[in-house]
Structures are given as structure tokens and as C-alpha cells.
Design a protein around this ligand. Structure first.
Ligand SMILES: C[S@@+](CC[C@H](N)C(=O)[O-])C[C@H]1O[C@@H](n2cnc3c(N)ncnc32)[C@H](O)[C@@H]1O
Length: 360
């Protein structure tokens, strides 16, 4: 089961146009190295937060369960498995129970420590008493909270020496922890929103979104609407209040965002989509698309991805339909939007945020 001599081709396969971005880091390499050094023979290994499939490819012979948090992650991992002539693996999600208990888990620590906690809770609830967890991170991303979370689930938490600015933690001796649902509650405009740990903006509705919602006016002719990057569903819900008869679609790349939105807004005319692009929709489908678009991807800022999404919005809008988006002013999307849409107007702005309306 040695993985050391094998070389795999791992690409990001994401919407980003910047092909120089790396598909793995020293933290992934260190995680792999430590796991191989232990010469463990797990009966059931699970891998968490393997963003593009570096670990899935290198550890394929262990037949791991890959716990997916994003649709884009699933697409990238599948593409890399195929590219390396490897069969698909068992894919799961962070809220599922596993049929067979885990005895080993590898976690690339996510930026959201609330999500790290959700991962450890799933491992603790679905593993043998002897389970070992190896977690890795770049040393510059270390926070004492990381150790605190690990120590709330495991008695033994050991750290290794730093290697290429990465570090590994080994967790053993699972504690008896009471099962808890990791959901936060937020209030906005007389409604309580629920969201799973790790979903965007954990303790308040995002301020850019609040600014956007204050000016949002849905017209009667807006009959088919998309909330793109819908998070917990707050924008869609405010749209629903203004036009309950409209067909409203919510789409997000994050599994836990979609699962949260499903708790917050339901109905016959409400449609949830777990996806990272607009491929589920045909051309000229929507009257209106609204978005507070993503530009932070873990520790990376990448406006290539929202730009690709804006191009897809143009394709999916009806003629005369419009895209309304809010963003941080400094991102300066106007130059990009002007290349995609014939008309781009500023609907509102303040020192921090700007709202654009782009008409097809
Ligand atoms: C800035 S947050 C906005 C969330 C929510 N609409 C709000 O206002 O609170 C952006 C959202 O886009 C999602 N996202 C990231 N990449 C995406 C993609 N390629 N397609 C769809 N959604 C994406 C993230 O998971 C996140 O929920």
C-alpha cells in the first residue's frame, strides 16, 4: 500500500482562470507523509477537506470515504481520479452517519474552526474507540482554539515539528462526548435563521447582505429568480416575502449552506440546488439574479470565480432581465461587468459596499 513512489497529476479543475494556483499545499504533503509513516492498516479511513483530490489520489488504495463539503470539490476530485485512471470512491457529506465505523481519519484543517469542530463531531459519533485522527495546517494559520476544539473530543492531542511551514496534530483516545447538533441561530428582520457550523457569516447576517436587502425591490414581472451563492437563504427569503408567487431558486457550492437554507425556506415554488455553476439552468431562464458573490476561498482571494459566475448569469438571464449584486467596493467589479453586460449601473453605494444592476 505504499504511496511514496507514485506520481499523480493533480489539477484544480475549478472555475478559476488562473492556472498557476496550486492544487495542494505543504500541509497536504505533511498529512500524507505522517499517515504513510505510521504504516497503519485502517479498516475504514475517512478524508476531510481534501480540496482538489491530492489525498484521494495518493491514498486511493485504502478505499477511503471522502467527506465532501463543496460541489466544486466533488467535481475536482472526480476529475483528478479520472485523469489518474482511478475509480471513484465512496463520497459522503459532513452530516451523514457512516454504516461502518471509522478507525482512522485525515483532516486538512479548514479555515472555519466551527467546520473543524463539525468534522470532529462527525468522526467522534461514527468511529471506534481506537480511532486516530491526523490533522494538518500551515503554521501561520495556527490558533490556540484549534487545540481547544481537538481537546474537547480527544484526550491525547500531540503536535509534531513544523515541516515546510506546515504542522500536524495527532489525536487519540476519543472522549465520551454528548451528541450535539452544531447549528447556530441568527435573527434578521423578525425571522430566526438556522445555519450549520461552518456556513458563511456565523453570528450575524453579513453586513453587505444587509445593505443589499435594504434597497432590494422585487417587481411583479420578476417571476423567475435566482439567489446565487445563497448561503443560509436570507436573500431568497426576503424576496419570497415581497413576491410569494415567484419561482425562486437558491444555489450554493457549500453542502452545509444548502442544508441550512433548506431549514430556513421551503415551499412548492422554492428550489434548492447544490452546485458551483449555473449548468442546471437553460439559457434565458431568469428574470432576476441576485447575489452577494463569493471571493474568499479558504485563505485565497480569487475574483476569477465570481467573474465566471457573472458570465454564466448573462447566459441564464432573459433579454431585459437583470443581475443585481452587492460587493465590497475595493473589488471594483465594474470593469469586468462592463465587458459582460451592455448596461451596468450603480444602484447604491457607501464607503464600504456597492450595489450594481446589470441588464441583459
Ligand atoms: C458572500 S457569501 C453570501 C451568502 C448569502 N447569500 C448571504 O448573503 O449571507 C457567498 C456564498 O457563495 C457560495 N459559493 C462559493 N462559490 C460558489 C460557486 N461557485 N457557486 C455558487 N455558490 C458559491 C459560498 O458557499 C457562500 O455561501
Amino acid at each position: 500500500m505504499s504511496t511514496e513512489k507514485k506520481k499523480y497529476t493533480i489539477k484544480r479543475n475549478d472555475l478559476s482562470a488562473d492556472k498557476s494556483l496550486k492544487a495542494w499545499s505543504a500541509a497536504d504533503e505533511y498529512l500524507l507523509q505522517e499517515f504513510v509513516a505510521l504504516a497503519a492498516k485502517p479498516a475504514h479511513l475517512a478524508i476531510y477537506n481534501d480540496r482538489f483530490g491530492f489525498l484521494a489520489c495518493h491514498l486511493h488504495s485504502y478505499q477511503p470515504t471522502i467527506v465532501l463539503t463543496q460541489k466544486s470539490q466533488e467535481k475536482a476530485i472526480k476529475a483528478n481520479l479520472q485523469k489518474n485512471y482511478l475509480a471513484f470512491l465512496n463520497f459522503s457529506n459532513p452530516l451523514a452517519s457512516f454504516e461502518k465505523e471509522l478507525d482512522f481519519a485525515l483532516v486538512k484543517v479548514p479555515k472555519s474552526l466551527a467546520l473543524f469542530q463539525l468534522f470532529l463531531a462527525q468522526i467522534a459519533n461514527n468511529s471506534t474507540q481506537e480511532v486516530t485522527v491526523i490533522a494538518s495546517f500551515m503554521t501561520r494559520h495556527f490558533s490556540p482554539k484549534l487545540l481547544q476544539i481537538a481537546a474537547s473530543y480527544f484526550e491525547v492531542v500531540e503536535q509534531t515539528k513544523a515541516l515546510k511551514k506546515a504542522r500536524v496534530m495527532v489525536l487519540r483516545k476519543k472522549k465520551a462526548v454528548v451528541k450535539q447538533e452544531l447549528i447556530n441561530a441568527l435573527a434578521y428582520n423578525n425571522k430566526k435563521y438556522q445555519q450549520y457550523s461552518g456556513v458563511f457569516s456565523a453570528d450575524h447576517i453579513d453586513y453587505a447582505t444587509q445593505y443589499f436587502l435594504k434597497q432590494l425591490q422585487i417587481k411583479e414581472t420578476d417571476q423567475c429568480i435566482l439567489d446565487l451563492g445563497s448561503g443560509n437563504g436570507v436573500i431568497a427569503n426576503e424576496i419570497f416575502k415581497q413576491n410569494p408567487a415567484a419561482e425562486i431558486h437558491l444555489l450554493d457550492d457549500a453542502y452545509l449552506a444548502v442544508a441550512s437554507a433548506q431549514l430556513n425556506i421551503q415551499g412548492e415554488n422554492i428550489h434548492h440546488h447544490f452546485n458551483d455553476d449555473l449548468s442546471p439552468f437553460k439559457e434565458e431562464f431568469f428574470d432576476l439574479i441576485v447575489t452577494n458573490p463569493p471571493f474568499h476561498f479558504e485563505y485565497e482571494i480569487n475574483i476569477q470565480i465570481p467573474i465566471q459566475l457573472f458570465k454564466a448569469c448573462f447566459r441564464c438571464l432573459k433579454k431585459g432581465g437583470n443581475l443585481q449584486l452587492v460587493s465590497n467596493k475595493h473589488l471594483n467589479y465594474k470593469t469586468h461587468l462592463d465587458k459582460i453586460f451592455p448596461s451596468v449601473q450603480i444602484l447604491a453605494d457607501n464607503d464600504k459596499y456597492i450595489i450594481y444592476q446589470c441588464v441583459k
